[in-house]
Design a protein around this ligand. Structure first.
Ligand SMILES: [Zn+2]
Length: 327
């Protein structure tokens, strides 16, 4: 296992250590025991769409996240739940090195679900942290590691964090390679990696394949620069999903054009509480209210994804701008 110079005496925390942490927390923290037990009997609906699968999960404990108020005033007025000083007494922490902690998420949607906050209370922002993201993907290679932009599903936009979840519980983990083969286009290639765009997937985007962190980071910067930053935003809106398999990083970038669908703030019958983040777009679509789970259809999922994600044409336009920039 890799060791960092600054903590050379501490063996790096890996996927096995993460799994052991969760087992300890199930014994020491009743909330964790209850919510992971509930997940075993969680209700799901599987939808087959255009050659891919969406798994809708009814998870009432997630109302804390999907209903989270993330406007600046509400954020200012609450105690940050990712700062070390404010963690629940029962929460055990593991030092991942590089300035990050590993925490069990007490409101899981995966059978192993972790939050990875920075030790610093500083706003969610990916560009200066992308190399950290790559390192975490490799370190926790038994899991899928993901990132939600400040207005793309993060419930603590004021505190940098990643999450990790059990591999293959988001359908995208196993679908992305075939999606790229059938509906993808190669944008750039080098000996240690390649960059692709993919379409016809409702959450269209880009895939970076890389054997070195340098290649992954250089493709990421290219993509980042090609996306617009809106006047009220601090970075291009996006979700990232990362996996490390057989010596290779796969990073999926899903650009976003909207934080929440109109149904989120609708009244009465039309209300549908979905605040999509990486997991939802990965195909593990969370509903936290009984009425939403009851009425959800493939058409509702399709409608929500169309509102918040790029169309085929919008992805192609970004892809063309990359190609023409000479990379
Ligand atoms: Zn904080």
């Amino acid at each position: 296992m890799e060791r960092k110079e600054d903590n050379a005496l501490i063996p790096a925390v890996d996927s096995a250590a993460a799994a052991a942490l969760l087992e300890r927390q199930k014994l020491s923290w009743p909330l964790v025991a209850t919510n992971y037990k509930a997940l075993e009997e969680v209700k799901v609906k599987d939808f087959e769409l255009d050659g891919f699968r969406i798994r809708v999960q009814f998870n009432p404990s997630r109302i804390v996240s999907s209903g989270a108020k993330v406007d600046p005033r509400s954020i200012r007025e609450r105690k940050c739940f990712l700062c070390r000083a404010n963690l629940p007494e029962e929460q055990e922490t593991l030092d991942l090195g590089g300035g990050y902690l590993l925490l069990c998420n007490p409101y899981p949607i995966f059978t192993g679900h972790y939050t990875i906050p920075s030790l610093q209370h500083t706003p969610q922002s990916i560009l200066p942290r992308f190399n950290d993201f790559l390192r975490l993907i490799r370190q926790l290679d038994g899991y899928t590691v993901f990132y939600n932009g400040p207005k793309c599903g993060a419930s603590a936009p004021d505190h940098v964090h990643f999450q990790a979840g059990t591999r293959s519980q988001m359908p995208i983990d196993d679908e992305i390679d075939s999606q790229v083969r059938t509906h993808g286009r190669l944008l750039s290639e080098c000996p240690a990696g390649s960059l692709w765009e993919y379409m016809h997937y409702l959450r269209n985007g880009f895939v970076i394949k890389a054997k070195t962190p340098e290649v992954a980071a250089s493709y990421f910067r290219l993509l980042y620069r090609s996306l617009e930053i809106r006047p009220d935003e601090t970075e291009p809106m996006m979700n990232l999903i990362g996996l490390y398999r057989e010596g290779e990083w796969t990073v999926i970038m899903i650009p976003r054009k909207l934080h929440r669908p109109w149904q989120y703030s609708a009244e009465g019958e039309e209300r549908f509480l979905s605040s999509p983040g990486a997991a939802d777009l990965g195909g593990l679509f969370i509903t936290s209210r009984q009425e939403d789970f009851g009425k959800v259809t493939p058409e509702i999922v399709r409608d929500i994804f169309r509102q918040v994600c790029y169309s085929d044409e919008e992805i192609e336009r970004v892809g063309q701008s990359l190609v023409f920039s000479g990379k």
